[in-house]
Structure formats: structure tokens, C-alpha cells
Ligand binder design. Structure first.
Ligand code: ZN
Length: 266
């Protein structure tokens, strides 16, 4: 089994609200972007994102991950460019703010982001043994069948809640070997084993196929990825099975709602 340390490494933020706002305004000037008159800045312990922006009614809200609290000034200025590029569409975020993108690749920041992510995330349980399926066994079997046993064991876990929009995900952020999370909707005795295998195979491919950045946009499901995906022998049978899982879940949720509705009317 793989072990990953836990911890929460938020750091004291040194730049003031006004300084941050000023940096954003200056960054906007540098990249030729327009910003709304009203800026609302906050620094929060985000689990995963470097920052978040929301534009509403002539106002821009910016939340920055507290992991950048002690970042050097040129990094914060570069981060401001990235934020402005994302919020205004004036430039592609990956095309600006190079000192920022260099900084997030440093060992120190990657470690801090990982510790924060594991301590703050609420989306999955890092326990591979589900009610029915064991993700380590699944990983080992697929590693042997499709990857000549060369992939190292990542951190494995199930989502805490059923998801209806994705069956799993892979993140390289968690060191040393990444993270694979599988949707707990698949942890049911009615779900055929090959569906678990196909889902795990897809996520394991992400460990092997590097994302491609084209024009500042990161793509993980490249054409090459899709070709390799079809190497899974029952690839064509996966989609109908996923639909069945969703229908079953829909009926379950519907039944709960109807029961609650009846109780509500009494
Ligand atoms: Zn994928």
C-alpha cells in the first residue's frame, strides 16, 4: 500500500488587500485587459485551485489560495496576470505570468499544495476497500493485464458521494505516484466487474499518457489517449453499463423523493 502524509500548510498572508487589488489593476494594464471598477479580494484555504474568480453585476470576486501567502512579489504579480487573463479573456492564462507557472512547479509549493489538498478535500475517502470492490486488487489486475506491471501504485480511493457526471479521476498532484478516485456509484454488486476494470484502465492510462498543451489549453483526452483507451477489450460495452448505473441511481433517488413527498403531505 502507498502512504501519503497529511498536513495543512496554510501560511500567513503578507500582502494586504489593497496591495493585491493594486497588483491586479497593474497586471490588467500590462496585458491590456479591462477590470470592473469593484474588486473583492479574499484569501482562503482552497483545497485544490490556485484561485477562483466570479464576475457578477459589474463586480469581480477573486479568491486566492492561502498557499501563496509567502510567495515573492514577482510571483504574486505574475499570479495577478493569470487571474486577470482568466477573468477577462484578454489573454490565455497559460500564456502570461511565467514566474507564477515556474513557482507552482517548485518542489516546495507542490508539496504544500499536496498536503493542503489531502487535508482539505472532502470529495473522496482514501480507503481502497469499498463495500464490494477493492481498488488495490483492481489496480494490480489491470497493471498486469495492460501495463506489463510497470505502473507504481497511486493513492486509491472512492468518492464519498455518488457522482452523475464522471466515473473517476486521476490527479498527478498527489506524490509520489498520483491519485485515482473511482465514483462510489460503481461500488455495487449489480455492476459487472469489467465496468470497474474499464474505469480503472481509463484512469491508469492518465498515469501513462502526458497531457498536451496546445495554445495554452491543456488536453488530457488526446487522440492518442482515445486510441489506447480502445485497447480495453470491452470498451464498447462500457457506455451502456454506465447508463444502467445512472438509471438505477435515478430510480433510487426518485423513490426517496416520492417517500419524502408523501410524508410531507401528511
Ligand atoms: Zn480521463
Amino acid at each position: 500500500m502507498c502512504m501519503v502524509g497529511r498536513g495543512d500548510a496554510g501560511v500567513q498572508w503578507t500582502a494586504s488587500q489593497e496591495e493585491l487589488e493594486q497588483m491586479l489593476r497593474e497586471a490588467a494594464k500590462r496585458i491590456g485587459a479591462r477590470l470592473p471598477r469593484r474588486l473583492l479580494m479574499a484569501v482562503r484555504p482552497l483545497a485544490e485551485a490556485y484561485f477562483r474568480t466570479t464576475a457578477r453585476g459589474g463586480e469581480l470576486r477573486v479568491v486566492i489560495n492561502d498557499a501563496f501567502g509567502d510567495a515573492p512579489r514577482d510571483v504574486l504579480e505574475a499570479l495577478s496576470e493569470v487571474i486577470v487573463a482568466r477573468a477577462s479573456g484578454a489573454a490565455r492564462p497559460r500564456m502570461v505570468g511565467k514566474p507564477f507557472w515556474d513557482y507552482v512547479e517548485t518542489e516546495e509549493l507542490r508539496e504544500r499544495m499536496q498536503a493542503n489538498y489531502l487535508a482539505r478535500q472532502r470529495s473522496f475517502d482514501p480507503e481502497p476497500q469499498g463495500r464490494v470492490w477493492n481498488l488495490v486488487e483492481l489496480f494490480d489486475a489491470m497493471n498486469k493485464a495492460y501495463f506489463e506491471n510497470v505502473l507504481p501504485c497511486p493513492l486509491l480511493g472512492w468518492t464519498r458521494r455518488p457522482l452523475t457526471y464522471r466515473w473517476g479521476w486521476y490527479s498527478s498532484m498527489v506524490r509520489p505516484h498520483g491519485l485515482i478516485v473511482i465514483n462510489c456509484l460503481l461500488d455495487e454488486p449489480q455492476v459487472p466487474g469489467f465496468v470497474l476494470e474499464g474505469t480503472m484502465y481509463h484512469e491508469m492510462l492518465h498515469m501513462q499518457v502526458d497531457p498536451v498543451v496546445v495554445n495554452g489549453r491543456r488536453t488530457v483526452h488526446t487522440r492518442g489517449f482515445r486510441v489506447l483507451e480502445r485497447r480495453f477489450d470491452r470498451h464498447e460495452d462500457l457506455r451502456p453499463e454506465y447508463r444502467k448505473v445512472l438509471r438505477r441511481y435515478g430510480r433510487r433517488v426518485g423513490a426517496v423523493r416520492r417517500t419524502r413527498g408523501r410524508r410531507g403531505r401528511r
